[in-house]
Design a protein around this ligand. Structure first.
Ligand SMILES: Nc1ncnc2c1ncn2[C@@H]1O[C@H](COP(=O)(O)OP(=O)(O)OP(=O)(O)O)[C@@H](O)[C@H]1O
Ligand SMILES: [Mg+2]
Length: 335
């Protein structure tokens, strides 16, 4: 018997990804939309729009409609979804067979927004639409045995939020969400550079600094990086040299917040699952798990093994796409 195409969409606040079983990840783009302010028309989405951030003429704005783990602009979010569905349709030929779609929504989405996301995807030609919680998708995508009665601890450090969840027997046993993630790391860096050097840098520069010389709270060989920005006193372009120790300090508070959330979740775990956690450890997913030294730092702090998922930026999308077979069971468990 032929089955419908099944596709999974990770509607992340930083990146939007589409996964199908046969073709793997077919779309992986930043969740950015370029809009003409006068006509309100969408000019570009994804990487093309991201390249416009901070560089656009007055009448074009490149916006991130999803921010800090919530949907900041719903209209633009649904236009982004529609463009992405269109692209996926071109690759997969939706005209032939309508797909079953599973969407992973940001954790801060309200029930009204979830319903609207459901409808927006349906109106783009989906046959059935299901929604899934991010930590569950992340766990499936990281190949954890979510259906078995063992504790799977997932820490998903995304752009907007970090979610820490214990999943066992197909359901979320306990979960903690904090609004700390890669975006806040970038903001911490922007703030540091402004305060200490009177220099204004953009979000993309901050992200590059984080990726290149950002470090979790462990000792490491010091690195430096030259950074250009606008001097706030003279208004002229200016270059400064930053070192990884000062960036580490700038990230400290945010990182400790994540650690606290992990500790709180582990402390809340049912006693029966504690043994599993000590044996099996914690799995990191999301782009934030690529921060230098984070695995080493966390395993030292929580004293249980810490693993990074094979493709941390893709785990949620992969899990979303593979989740259909679990979905009925998971939805029942969530109720
Ligand atoms: N090598 C790296 N080191 C540190 N951070 C990184 C690295 N690569 C990507 N990131 C960060 O990961 C974040 C994006 O991660 P991800 O795609 O998992 O987020 P998202 O799923 O869109 O967000 P959310 O789950 O909060 O909705 C960005 O902040 C990005 O800067
Ligand atoms: Mg995510």
């Amino acid at each position: 018997m032929f089955s419908n195409t099944e596709i999974g969409i990770d509607l992340g606040t930083a990146n939007i990804l589409v996964y199908t079983k046969n073709k793997g990840i077919i779309i992986n783009e930043p969740s950015v939309v370029a809009v003409n302010n006068d006509t309100k028309r969408v000019l570009a989405v994804g990487i093309e729009a991201k390249n416009m951030v901070g560089k656009t003429p007055g009448n074009i704005t490149a916006v991130r409609p999803l921010r800090d783990g919530v949907i900041a602009d719903f209209d633009i979010t649904s236009q982004l979804l529609k463009e992405v569905m269109k692209k996926a349709g071109k690759t997969l030929g939706f005209a032939v067979r309508k797909p079953d779609v599973v969407v992973c929504t940001p954790s801060g989405a309200t029930s009204v927004e979830r319903r609207a996301i459901h409808d927006a995807v349906k109106s783009c030609g989906a046959k059935n639409v299901h929604l899934i919680e991010e930590p569950v998708a992340a766990a499936i995508g990281a190949d954890l045995p979510v259906e078995e009665p063992v504790a799977n601890v997932i820490v998903d450090i995304g752009g907007g939020t970090t979610e820490v969840a214990i999943i066992s027997y197909g359901g979320v046993v306990t979960c903690n969400t904090v609004r700390v993630g890669g975006d806040l790391f970038d903001e911490n860096i922007i703030h540091h550079v402004r305060k200490h050097y009177n220099l204004l840098i953009g979000e993309r520069t901050a992200e590059q600094i984080k990726i290149e010389i950002g470090h979790a709270l462990i000792e490491h060989p010091e690195k430096t990086m030259d950074v250009r920005g606008r001097d706030l006193v003279t208004g002229l372009p200016q270059t400064v040299t930053l070192n990884s120790i000062e960036i580490q300090n700038a990230l400290k508070e945010s990182l400790l917040h994540i650690l606290e959330a992990i500790r709180a979740t582990l402390e809340n775990s049912p006693a029966e699952l504690s043994g599993d956690i000590v044996d099996r450890g914690v799995v990191l997913t999301g782009g934030g798990s690529l921060l230098n030294g984070i695995q080493e730092w966390l395993s030292k702090e929580i004293i249980v093994p810490v693993h990074i998922a094979p493709n941390p930026l893709e785990s949620v999308a992969i899990g979303t796409g593979r989740s259909l077979k679990f979905i009925n069971k998971l939805q029942k468990a969530a109720k």
